[in-house]
Design a protein around this ligand. Sequence first.
Ligand code: AMP
Ligand code: GLY
Length: 438
Amino acid sequence: MNVLVVGKGGREHALVWKLAQSPRVSQVFCAPGNAGTAQDGVNVPIEANDIHELCRFAKKNEIGLTVVGPEEPLALGIVDYFQKEGLRIFGPTKAAAQLETSKVFCKKLMRDADVPTAEFRVFDHPEPARRFVETREYPVVVKADGLAAGKGVIVCDTHAEALAAIERIMVREEFGRAAGRQIVIEKRLEGEELSVLAIVAGRTILTLAPAQDHKRVFDNDTGPNTGGMGAYCPAPLGTSAILDEVEAHALVPTIHAMKRRRMPFRGVLYAGLMVTNQGPRLLEYNVRFGDPETQAVLMRLKTDLFELLLAAAEDRLSDFAEGLQWDPRPAVCVVMASQGYPGPYAKGKLIRGLEDVARMPDVKVFHAGTKIDANHVVTDGGRVLGVTALGDTLADAKRNAYSAVGKISFQGAFWRTDIADKALRHLHGTTAPASESL
Ligand code: AMP
Ligand code: GLY
């Protein structure tokens, strides 16, 4: 069967690489893809949001399954459109994607379904929002309702910062008019973040191994937020007790609430959690694979991803009720980025050393912002590569990943040097218990 992956980042390269390993897959196409997806699959020059063209391509090339990477095409209704045209696709409908595309929808659903989350209020005018902030005794987070390329969430230390955030979102409409029409103001929680991704279809929820992202650009979680500078899997913070709690108190009630709203969820349900002293609290849902968590997670997945996603798309995920197979070894993904990211950065820089690293065992370089230029791989984005490695222990995986990073170079390259350190500190007997699988 032919498969189409929609998107062009590191997550999509990991999906292409893993799907291509299935004996039942003939060809994996990626639209529009990058230099890495062109090596493990075939690139198609169609943008991820061009749903009509993607559909036409899928029909013409007998695509048996389409897998959507980013949120935008989901928000635009790619799944509804493909299904109407009789094409098999893995992902949520436009209505179900509101779990990610509207913070107000998501928080109201959490409240109705009793999902543990930060207490919150919704506002559609700035004045009552300002009055609310001024009467709070705790720090708050101000969130634009709609998609804002990951930038519409402002974590505030003081009232003044919260007032400025309201101004930016609602008055100056910095994240767009639609995204800023409503805001959520919620209590700022303290703790450590954890990503739990689940494949969901019908009543079946298959939770993937827990991962941790590194959102800040610099070491020790300093500097501005990014799309993610590295990840590791499994995250020892995600003990089986925590995962059971997330499933029972977040995923299951959410799936039921979505069904009651006549928008049954099918696709990846990604719970972005804060593990607080009182237990895990849901910060947000995404309705797609995480980037760069997926690179670390899929490095360890032994189950045939194509069979799994096909089963989900055909509503027979219970075929996998016995669970998924994992490589017991942990994986670490280190993102190599372009100087200046997440602000402006240069493109078109020659990347050296990829051939050397291709010979290293248990290492895979997932491309994110790369393209081929005159037979050379050059940079084409802020996050350029996700250098991912397995190791017998988490410390070995980290060492292997950084040893590969050391062999790769491009002008202006930078990366965090502390990916997985939080888990290594836990494992060496500080705050949280280690998971049995490490
Ligand atoms: P979200 O898009 O809601 O996940 O927010 C993006 C990031 O903002 C999260 O990954 C957290 O780092 C932070 N964040 C969101 N909500 C809260 C909260 N209630 N307390 C503390 N940090 C938060
Ligand atoms: N890793 C964060 C995200 O995919 O949104």
